[in-house]
Design a protein around this ligand. Structure first.
Ligand SMILES: Nc1ncnc2c1ncn2[C@@H]1O[C@H](COP(=O)(O)OP(=O)(O)OP(=O)(O)O)[C@@H](O)[C@H]1O
Ligand SMILES: [Mg+2]
Length: 304
């Protein structure tokens, strides 16, 4: 009996050791698998951040030529005014010298009439005002662009969505103004706590999508209104709208109907994350429900 018992004991011990070893092996395996997964996850996160950054750079790239054009015009006339102002300054210097050496009042008068000082004096205020206006336009464009490009390092502050929309439209102007008139219906909005740069990126993405949906041109409609403890922004267009089957997919990362190289399909996925995660709001799309007959994107942001 004790022999039997001893055998049974050893059998059980061997089985237990075997089981322990197996457990140890599989937990070691699990441990390494887990580390692999963690590394893969980190990698994915890094890639995602890179893609988000690339997407932003792509939209800045898209805007660049329009912005260059927008800046070029006021800069061009301000610069040419400066050339004229320099000539006037030279003329005035010569005149001053002549006056300095003049011995009688008639010579002084002649000098002034000959050198057309009246014309210079009449022209100066206009030239200066125009130049100041041109340089202020450039300053405005650069500051709008900076607000737009800052979206990555954005922090929350109180802002008016109408103003953010206006800044965004200023940045986009060069790219869309000729073929895509924008009809705005901006209601009176209370200020909201938001990340202005990121919201600007959202508005720009949706507006650019709208223009891309209308290759032959068409109107973009923007409407804002306050509704209880939310503010609402609707952006619609006169394009073909989004096919019923795609309505739930357009916010998925990498969903695109554009040819390879033209769209990454990240635009709306990033917009969705910015609205729902960074602002605890909502972003949805329907067809024909806005002022335009095409797609209508509705953004809702809570007041606080
Ligand atoms: N206003 C719109 N009208 C019709 N279809 C649209 C509109 N906006 C978006 N879409 C559809 O949603 C898809 C996804 O849009 P999203 O902005 O995410 O990516 P994309 O524009 O294709 O590429 P990317 O923005 O990265 O350049 C588009 O490919 C298009 O099929
Ligand atoms: Mg897009």
């Amino acid at each position: 009996m004790s022999d039997e018992f001893e055998k049974a004991y050893h059998r059980e011990k061997a089985a237990r050791l075997e089981a322990e070893k197996l457990l140890e092996d599989s937990s070691r395996e699990l441990y390494f698998k887990n580390r692999e997964l963690e590394a893969a996850n980190e990698n994915l996160k890094r890639n995602q951040q890179q893609l988000v950054q690339q997407e932003k750079m792509a939209s800045v790239g898209f805007l660049a030529s329009g912005i260059a054009h927008e800046i070029n015009n006021p800069l061009g006339y301000s610069l040419s005014n400066m050339t004229v102002l320099k000539e006037y300054a030279d003329d005035l210097a010569v005149m001053m010298k002549a006056l300095d050496t003049a011995t009688d009042l008639d010579t002084v008068r002649d000098t002034i009439v000959d050198d057309n000082i009246q014309h210079i004096l009449a022209d100066l205020p206009d030239l200066l005002a125009e130049s100041i206006h041109g340089l202020e336009s450039v300053k405005q464009i650069v500051s709008d662009l900076r607000a737009f490009a800052r979206s990555g390092e954005d922090s929350a502050a109180t802002a008016n969505l109408n103003e953010i929309l206006q800044t965004t439209l200023n940045v986009l102007k060069g790219q869309i103004k000729h073929r895509y008139p924008v009809e705005t219906h901006l209601g009176v909005l209370p200020p909201v706590t938001c990340m202005a740069g990121k919201l600007s990126q959202v508005f720009a993405n949706i507006i650019i999508n709208a223009t891309q949906a209308m290759p032959d041109g068409g109107k973009v409609y923007i409407e804002t209104r306050a509704d209880g403890d939310h503010v609402i922004v609707e952006i619609s267009d006169d394009g073909p709208g989004i096919p019923e089957a795609h309505l739930t997919e357009v916010f998925s990362p990498f969903f695109t109907t554009k040819p390879v190289g033209e769209g990454t399909g990240l635009g709306l996925a990033i917009c969705y994350a910015i609205i729902t995660e960074d602002h605890r709001g909502s972003l949805s799309v329907t067809n024909g429900a806005g002022r335009g007959v095409g797609a209508n994107f509705k953004i809702t942001i809570p007041l606080c």
